[in-house]
Design a protein around this ligand. Sequence first.
Ligand code: CP3
Length: 352
Amino acid sequence: MTALKNDLLLRAAKGEEVERTPVWLMRQAGRILPQYRKVREQVGGFKELVTNPELICEVTLQPVDELGVDAAIIFSDILVIPEAMGLPYEMVESKGPRFPEVNRSEKDLERIHVADPSALQYVTQGIQLTRDALHNRVPLIGFAGAPWTIFSYMVEGGGSKTFSQAKRLLYQRPDMAHALLDKITESTIQYLKAQIKAGVDLVQVFDSWAGILSMEQYSEFGLEYIARICDEIYEVPITVFSKGAFFAMPEMGHLNCQVIGLDWTMHVKDSRQQVGWKKTLQGNLDPCVLYGDTATIQQETSKMLEYFGPYRHIANLGHGVYPDTPLDGVKAFVDAVQSYEHSDRLHDDYTG
Ligand code: CP3
């Protein structure tokens, strides 16, 4: 394996020294780039794009070329897993994902199977092509949805404000909920291993709906399964991003992961204190800051970098970049991180 030309992200993830804080954006592949929208228009739809390895490679590289970020994230979606388990999804134009069939009964559950990674070869082939095309410029990030978030879509059948159908199952049939979470977890472990084998340098688990559960429920139906994934994935560093789950920070400190993602509502110093210095933190600028002018973006980004300090931090937004974010705002954010110099590289709180 040839060495990476820019391995800042990997070193930060492992807790090694870095000359500056690395930066990338969740959801950087697609959405915000005119180049992406052009490719998507030509091909006709999201699913045509997401199942085509050559196009996956093309749109994964776009933000690396255009923004100069310190990592590429493979263009895909968390919903490829439910599809490979027997629940196909549709991506409805300007509305989002929809599942024509859902999983709410024992009979539904019987039809759901652990995903065979060979059903997701379009992703692993996309990873192989992207790796070759990257020429070791920056690390390539693989990803999957966390079991609880995938479960929410499979039960609810689409997006929702409350995910009350998914939560209902936790109270009415916890046994069925656990059985489905178990199948999703097994599918996810095999899928992440296939991504690693295909060449990703780091993986991230997105738990977008963590914050709608109580602390106890998140421990039982969320973290329990994330912990299993973390225990099984030891080949590369793993990032866990549980949006909204500030209450779970102390418990997350015990996960077998290298990086924990923070959303913008989470307190940086408190989170650091709760998880300790054995983990890298990622985040956490409010994505809406990027609607501001350059001076505002620089100011807010500097403040964030100061809160986190120079060690064990990967700069990112506190959630995926919003589709209508001006490209200039995105670029100003990346530049602000990459040109920032920590005045005190030996951070007071750093205890190694
Ligand atoms: O980070 C990246 O750039 C990699 C690509 C990526 C996509 N989806 C591409 C995509 C990643 C990491 C995801 C993750 C994802 N998908 C999550 C977790 C992160 C989060 O934002 O909370 C979730 C919840 C989904 C499910 C999903 N996919 C939704 C709700 C939607 C529709 C609305 C939206 O967010 O755009 C999608 C579609 C989707 N996935 C698009 C892209 C670029 C937009 C599709 C289009 O081109 O119209």
